[in-house]
Design a protein around this ligand. Structure first.
Ligand code: ADP
Ligand code: GLC
Length: 474
């Protein structure tokens, strides 16, 4: 949950959605691990006295954990933190290490046992991604005896089906499900596999994902990553709800992380942000040179193969500058290093995670590039719209649902959208973006259209509430 721990959009969504539910008066109790990467210096961590020093056996592994509360910085929301240094005292949030399954089984079981200890019967257990996807199954097996949960419904939100949490069957005992083999996919067991996400897809009362288009896409082999058949069987219980944007954090009118604030009526600050950014990054200080920004995990999902194929040549042929913030797969990091060395005046690659720079790139760039191969929702394109930085996106997932292709003839549309995941598509899109940038009238309209879009949680959060009400019949 941002700002405590973040590697991508899940942190933004988990925090913003919790804040929304709380603001609407719902009794929301969010639990996350107390990762050692969390800066606890300014946190009011308070032990919950009856949730201290508890025992948890996962197979032969014995852990002691405690649950504390803290206020989510920048808000009044109390959240719960699962303190278990043995599992969460690691350099990063995700480790990919040999006990990764234990780290998230512990989180899932602590969530359930915390409710038991509090005698709290939630209407909804809202689980996010494979890490917590065993909760629905646990509610029907290990904890099925507990009448506390008789009216509780489980919801699994799929933020990215490319990550499923797949392990060998040797973890069955750690899961505590050795007597419930029948509940797991027999086909997987035969192939020595246990898939956390799949068990969530099978047992959650409701499945949601983070955009309507992605909800349709994952029913196909191209996007379903092997779960398409199952999802098709459950498709009456699968719904796509587009993510929202937390405008208290992402708003050029009041953003404390950018040097100059601005709004749709007065965009002078945006130009100043660009100039300051170019200076800061050591790029050619030329106000009329279009600046394209990227902020991304550097992974195959994000369309970086296309960037590799298209952008070096375009930099030779066209006048534009590029700033890239991100880290990830070595091949992409090396590529952007090389690109920077090849075009030192016009390309800057900032390797790493930097929230302030992410805001500044949104505010200081002219165009924002997001040519994803697949994108369950994507948040940066929605931030870009709000910051008057028209996004260049591929028509997939949440990108398709949040960006409309601009038509200079009608003045309608909010960005540049290309259909086919190939070099021709991306080259066309960047060219079209650069061309629109030169046409001042169209450009102004395009910026204004984007800045007027309202992808706030006010709207999207209410959709969750409505869906939850339907599910619980309350
Ligand atoms: P994903 O969750 O797939 O990474 P999203 O677009 O949903 O994609 O969310 C990415 C979030 O992470 C955005 O808030 C973006 O600003 C942030 N982000 C990604 N990479 C970085 C980085 N290197 N530094 C700072 N913020 C980043
Ligand atoms: C995942 C997806 C991204 C989405 C985010 C939050 O990380 O890759 O598209 O916006 O989750 O739902």
């Amino acid at each position: 949950m941002t700002p405590l721990a973040k590697t991508g959009g899940l942190a933004d969504v988990a925090a913003a959605l919790s804040l929304y539910f709380d603001a609407q008066g719902h009794d929301i109790r969010a639990l996350m691990p107390l990762h050692s990467a969390i800066d606890t210096s300014g946190l009011d961590i308070t032990p919950v006295h009856f949730l201290q020093d508890r025992h948890l056996w996962l197979g032969n592994h014995h852990y002691r954990y405690s649950i504390d509360t803290a206020t989510l910085p920048g808000s009044a929301l109390k959240i719960y933190l699962l303190r278990c240094p043995e599992l969460y005292d690691r350099p990063g949030v995700y480790t990919g290490g040999p006990d990764e399954h234990l780290r998230f089984i512990a989180l899932s079981r602590a969530a359930i046992e915390m409710c038991q200890a509090m005698a709290f019967a939630p209407d909804i257990f809202h689980c996010h991604d494979w890490h917590t996807a065993l909760v629905p199954l646990y509610l029907r097996t290990l904890y099925a005896w507990d009448r506390l949960f008789a009216r509780t419904r489980s919801v699994l939100t799929i933020h990215n089906i490319a990550f499923q949490g797949v392990f060998g069957t040797d973890i069955l005992y750690d899961m505590g499900l050795q007597d419930h083999r029948g509940s797991l996919s027999q086909e997987d067991l035969a192939q020595d596999r246990i898939n956390f996400m799949k068990s969530g897809v099978l047992f959650a009362d409701l499945l949601t994902t983070v955009s309507p288009t992605y909800a349709r896409e994952i029913l196909s082999p191209e996007y379903g990553m092997g779960l398409q058949e199952l999802l098709r069987q459950r498709h009456g219980s699968l719904i796509g709800i587009l993510n929202g944007v937390d405008f208290t954090e992402w708003n050029p009118r009041s953003d404390p992380l950018i040097p100059h604030t601005y709004n749709a009526r007065s965009t002078a600050g945006k130009k100043q942000n660009k100039q300051a950014l170019l200076q800061e990054l050591g790029l050619a200080d030329s106000a009329d040179l279009p600046l394209i920004g990227m902020v991304s995990r550097l992974t195959w999902q994000k369309g970086l193969d296309l960037v590799q194929q298209v952008v070096p040549r375009m930099l030779e042929q066209r006048r534009f500058a590029l700033v890239v913030l991100g880290s990830g797969e070595t091949r992409y990091e090396q590529f952007f290093h090389w690109l920077q060395q090849s075009f030192p005046d016009r390309v800057c690659f900032w390797r790493g995670f930097n929230n302030r720079l992410a805001h500044w790139i949104e505010a200081g760039s002219d165009l924002f590039l997001m040519p994803s191969l697949f994108e369950p929702c994507g948040l940066n394109q929605m931030y870009s719209l709000r910051y008057g930085t028209p996004p260049i996106v591929r028509r997939t997932g949440g990108l398709a649902d949040s960006v409309q292709l601009f038509d200079p003839a009608t003045g309608q549309g909010t960005g540049i959208v290309f259909d086919h995941y190939d070099a021709t598509g991306l080259r066309w899109a960047i060219d079209f973006g650069l061309q629109l940038y030169q046409d001042k009238r169209s450009w102004r309209k395009l910026m204004q259209n984007g800045m007027a879009m309202d992808y706030s949680w006010k709207r999207q959060g209410q959709v969750y509430v409505d869906v939850f009400r339907q599910l619980t019949g309350r």
